[in-house]
Write a protein that binds this ligand. Structure first.
Ligand code: M6R
Length: 474
């Protein structure tokens, strides 16, 4: 019996999720693989072939990839790839080209991938925007189709995602509800199907994932589809499971994200959700063409503003280098600043292993303020003074509340916000932007803070302990 036959025999008896690879010691040039509910992608090279859980694994060697479907067996040698089904019948499949530049998977002069990816962010946003909207103002999806009549009839959107991708969904909720007047729920993918959600043909499910292989999100997508809901995927990795299984896909064009902690994918995900919101607003007649144009112009202006945040990041780096001994850092935000606070806290936990919590600033007096004692660092994402009436003043009063209890207050504020400096120990300014665009800027200093603090502690910022880039198990 050959190795591929043995693999078929074994996998027939297995249950659950797995990716298996096997080599026969007598034939070391042949590798056999199989997968079920877990990723395995084939890379086609010149005189060499590859197997990886993600195209990132072999992107520096080849950009030609082949999908392996559920319950298929692949046999690779340096010059041959054969896919067979469970009966042993050969499956013919067209390879696909991965658009990523191989150099994008290298550090490009930076000392870590994390640092490089933070600096990639202006490009990630610009690339995600590029060429998306046709002459009629309609969004160009990258694959699949959800008919306009379906999109016109939806009465609810549910975003399913995990971790940073879920925070991108939270940011997107403010924009989509404001632009399209459609209710948006954001659900952690692993909670979604267990709460027996109310989902049907008029619910648009938006699955956000960098890897496209997060098992919790895959299972949420399948659950939604079983209930008849159309699913749009916002995914970074071409050919990934979520991209394939969704009814339509909008790729973020962040390029390969190698560092385990997500940075550029987050900004690209917000950008893509915004594009979806703008598209729905146009399609459903919530916005006039000139309003759509103005929103697209606002997005177009963001990459150069992110660059300015990067170019002026030394003060927050300096602060981070002094805080290596902190035990807890709190983050507060309101409206779109709230998910930014959550993301700032997540980055700090992941990279610097410091306890960090993000709170909605309005929640402070309902409990979290009890945590504040002398010397407690608190980051506050201050809303624009030009935003919704009184929010700026309310968050300023939160700054005063925590400062009065001894907190060290570090504020992310918009350039020109002269009030901020009167209340904070230190202010980090980001360029001014329309309210809904501000998360694309205000999160960047927080990413840099976490990176620099972790580096000051001597930690591996690309591979934080206990974490995997793709979480392929539930
Ligand atoms: O690949 P995905 O975007 O689906 O991953 C989702 C989360 O696992 C991911 O964002 C995770 O929270 C990162 N470690 C955040 O930095």
């Amino acid at each position: 019996m050959g190795l591929a036959d043995a693999m078929r025999l074994i996998t027939r008896r297995l249950e659950g999720a797995f990716t298996l690879l096997a080599v026969d010691a007598r034939e070391p040039r042949t590798v056999v693989g199989a997968r079920r509910n877990s990723p395995l992608v084939i890379g086609l090279g010149e005189g060499e072939n590859f197997l990886g859980s993600d195209v990132v694994a072999f992107i520096e060697h080849t950009r030609t990839a082949l999908e392996l479907h559920q319950d298929e067996v692949v046999e690779i040698t340096p010059d041959r790839v054969t896919i067979t089904d469970m009966k042993g019948l050969v499956v013919e499949r067209e390879p696909y080209h991965v658009d990523w530049d191989a150099s994008a998977a290298q550090k490009g002069g930076f000392s870590t991938f994390m640092e490089k990816e933070i600096h990639d962010q202006p490009t990630a946003v610009a690339d995600t925007l590029r060429g998306r909207i046709d002459d009629r103002g309609r969004l160009q999806l990258d694959g699949g189709i959800i008919h306009e009549t379906v999109l016109n009839s939806i009465d609810k959107i549910i975003v399913v995602a995990c971790g940073t991708a879920a925070y991108a969904g939270l940011v997107g909720r403010y924009a989509i509800e404001h632009w399209c007047r459609i209710p948006v729920e954001v659900e952690l993918a692993h909670e979604f199907r267990y709460r027996d959600p109310v989902v049907g043909v008029r619910t648009l499910v938006v699955a956000i994932s960098q890897s496209g292989e997060t098992m919790d999100t895959i299972m949420a997508v399948r659950h939604a589809q079983q209930q008849g809901a159309p699913v749009i995927a916002i995914v970074n990795t071409q050919g990934s499971t979520i991209a394939r299984e969704a009814d339509a896909v909008l790729y973020t064009r962040a390029g390969p994200e190698i560092a385990v902690a997500s940075t550029k994918a987050f900004l690209a995900q917000i950008t893509a959700v915004y594009l979806l919101g703008i598209y729905l607003a146009e399609l459903r007649g919530n916005k006039f063409p000139d309003e759509i144009e103005s929103l697209l112009e606002q997005l177009d202006a963001i990459p150069s503003k992110i660059q300015r945040v990067l170019d002026t990041s030394e003060p927050i780096r300096e602060l981070a280098r002094t805080m290596a001994n902190e035990r807890t850092v709190l983050f507060l935000g309101r409206h779109v600043g709230y998910p930014v606070a959550l993301e700032g806290a997540l980055k700090l936990k992941e990279l610097a292993y410091i306890h960090a919590e993000g709170f909605a600033a309005g929640e402070l007096k309902h409990g979290p303020i009890a945590l504040v004692e002398e010397g407690q660092p608190v980051f506050i994402v201050l809303p624009s003074p030009r935003g919704r009436e009184s929010l700026h003043a309310k968050v300023i009063s939160n700054v005063q509340e925590v400062r009065a209890r001894g907190a060290r207050t570090f504020v992310i504020a918009e350039e020109g916000d002269t009030d901020a400096a009167n209340y904070a120990e230190q202010v980090f300014y980001v360029p001014s932007a329309p309210v809904l665009m501000t998360p694309l800027l205000s999160v960047v200093p927080l990413q840099i803070f976490a990176l620099e603090l972790a580096a000051a502690k001597g930690y591996d910022v690309d591979q934080p302990r206990n974490l995997a880039k793709s979480v392929t198990v539930e």
